[in-house]
Design a protein around this ligand. Sequence first.
Ligand code: B16
Ligand code: MG
Length: 215
Amino acid sequence: MRKNIEAFIFDLDGVITDTAELHYLAWKNMADREGYTFNRAINEKLRGVSRRASLEIILAGLKISEEKILTLMEEKNTEYKELLETLTSKDILDGVMELLNELKKRGIKVALASASKNAVPILKKLEIFDLFDAIGDGNCVERAKPAPDVFIHAAGQLQIAVSRCLVVEDAEAGVLGAIDCGMSSVGIGPHERVGAADFVFETPGDINLYEVLGN
Ligand code: B16
Ligand code: MG
C-alpha cells in the first residue's frame, strides 16, 4: 500500500491503448522493404523503447549511414501515423476509463509519460486528451526510458513531489525509470517483465486501487 499518492503518471502504449500492433505493422513493412529480419518476438523488445532505439534493435548491429537511419525512421513514422488514423475511443483498453474517472473523483492528478512523439494526437484520437493534467512525451525530453526524465518532467508540470507520484507502466524500461527517480510503480504484464514494480497486475483493468492506495 502506498500512502499520500497525489498523482498517477500513465504510460501510453500497453497501458492506455495497444498501439504496439500498429508499430509492428509499420516496422514490419519497413523491414521487409529493406530485407531486415523482423518478427513479433523482436517487436516485443521494442516495448517502451524510443523510435531510434527501436530501429537499432531491428538493425541488430548492422551499420548504416545516419542519413539512412533518419530516412527509415521517417518512413516508418509516416506509415505509423496513417495507421493511427483508424484509432477511436473504442481502442482504449478495458478498465482505463473507469480508473481515470475514479482518480478524478478522488482528486488525484493524472499525467502521461510516454516515449512516443505521437502521444498527443493519439490521446486526441482516443478522445481523452482533456482528462490529462500534464503531458510528458518523446518531444519533451532528450533521454528516453529507462532514464527517468519523462516522469520527472510530468511531475514537474504537475508541481507534485516525485515521492507522491505513482507510475503505471507495461515496459521494464519504464518501471526502472520510475524506480530510479523515487516514484512508486504499478507494472502491467508478466512478472518477468515488470516484476520490479511495487505492484503488478495482468491488465490495466485489473488495477486494484484499494490494494495500491489502501483506501
Ligand atoms: P513514436 P510508450 C512507446 O510508447 C512504444 O511502446 C514504442 O514501441 C515506441 O517505439 C515509442 O513509444 C516511440 O514511439 O515512434 O511514436 O515516437 O509505451 O512509451 O507509450
Ligand atoms: Mg508502454
